[in-house]
Design a protein around this ligand. Sequence first.
Ligand code: MCA
Ligand code: AMP
Length: 488
Amino acid sequence: MTNLFTSIESVANARGAALAFDCDEHGRFSYADVLTRSAQFAAALGAVGVGAGDRVAVQLDKHIDVVWLYLAVLRQGAVYVPLNTGYTDTELGYFIDDAGPRLVVVESNRADSVRELSHVRVATLDDLREDSGIDPPTPIGPPVARSDDDLAAILYTSGTTGRSKGAMLSHANLESNARTLIEAWGFTADDVLLHMLPIYHVHGLFVALHCALLSGAATLFAARFDAATAMALLPRATVFMGVPTYYTRLLNEPAFPSPEIALRLYVCGSAPLRVETFALFEERTGQRILERYGMTEAGMICSNPLQGERIAGTVGPALAGVHVRLPEAGAPGVLEINGPNVFKGYWEDVEKTTESFTEDGYFITGDVATIDAHGVVSIVGRDKDVIISGGLNVYPKEIETTLDAIGTINESAVIGLNHPDFGEAVVAVIDATAQCPDEATLIATLKQTLASFKVPKRVLTIGALPRNAMGKVQKNLLREQFAGLFDR
Ligand code: MCA
Ligand code: AMP
């Protein structure tokens, strides 16, 4: 394997005029367009000095041009660093400092503030687009050669420390995982994928796009998920991918599924799919959602089968070539994994990398699992303090640190509570002085520094937080106390 783009290029050459992306009012693009558009963006990147190994940090709203930019970064042999569009300047500053990008590409309304954050070069999509006056060379040159272990992307993810670390993913990590998924999920050039996920995370950027592009399928490319748009586009799709919230929202639509909807496959992951959602979906559609399990550090790890029984509450066996194990066979424990999909380590953090792997090279996921006699994995808990809200990870420590920095808060504990829409919702429990601002003001204050998906949906004031004999806050007691907060 070499540059992942080389593989995409060879599919695109074979597919030629076939539809690659239908972006509704933003146009339709063939596989031939995939090559010319990405070449044009690659030329623009080259013109500003982006070359092999350079990081390109990108915080952009979902748009087809961002796909061209991603492919252009691969093509240049550079390293793509996607950033959640919700991140505030404070958060962005951290990622830019850490990744040390050659170029940061942001929306035009953020360009000035990002320039103030650091001395790094900043561009907007307009600077890089066709009309920027930079033309691709004719004929278009080959992609920059890369070896298997060269980095294709760095995706930020937090550990228990609450500070994000960049997971280094190589070309071979991405390509091997995509090929495994295409095989496992039966992707072909006849498929039409409905793509509604954000493209700054593994699920939307790698799982969805790579499956479609490397199998020559067509993608219906929507800017975001909403149930009404999904209902309108699903009749044209054969495959859909989403986080559990997408499925609960679809099921909230009385007209779902309309008679024209006839997908061959619904894939779900990024957070646990409730057994009730799985059952209700089967009742309404006659189809079982295929649940799979993955992580930023490893792409997809386990999947329920395409053929064969999909079991609610399980994530299926390990994908081909991936090895999963528990510290003590037969007992629930923290899942360890190994395989060609597993990342190269955390960017410039040898210590964290070392402690995340066992001595024999298995990555320690932090997810508590069981494995049955047939190798079927169930994720039964987490050994890491993380809340997954609508498929997005929130690290309580980061929110607590921000809350504790507010002078009128003595201490805080951030917990995840069952939520009908987001699966888990972020809630802060605080011990505050009489001068502490009210809940709405605190929430508004947090939004100035934290992306709003991380901001607690509620901030509850109690007296001293419950602690055990060791002085550790007993979050389990808080979770029990406030368990029904979001019950309908
Ligand atoms: C938006 N908001 C959220 C979330 N999303 N709050 C909590 N959790 C969320 N996930 C907040 C906004 O900040 C805003 O707050 C308010 O909700 C409404 O925002 P809006 O943009 O209208 O929300 P939405 O469009 O309805 O978004 C919800 C969503 C979206 C569709 C569920 O979050 C989403 O697409 N999630 C998927 C994320 C994903 O791709 N995860 C995969 C990660 P306010 O009103 O206060 O401003 S990859 C991964 O996990 C691994 C590898 C794997 O296995 O896949
Ligand atoms: P991220 O760090 O955003 O890559 O999120 C990865 C985490 O999402 C995993 O470590 C799991 O905790 C969780 N996750 C992903 N898919 C599933 C699933 N199907 N069931 C339960 N948890 C999941």
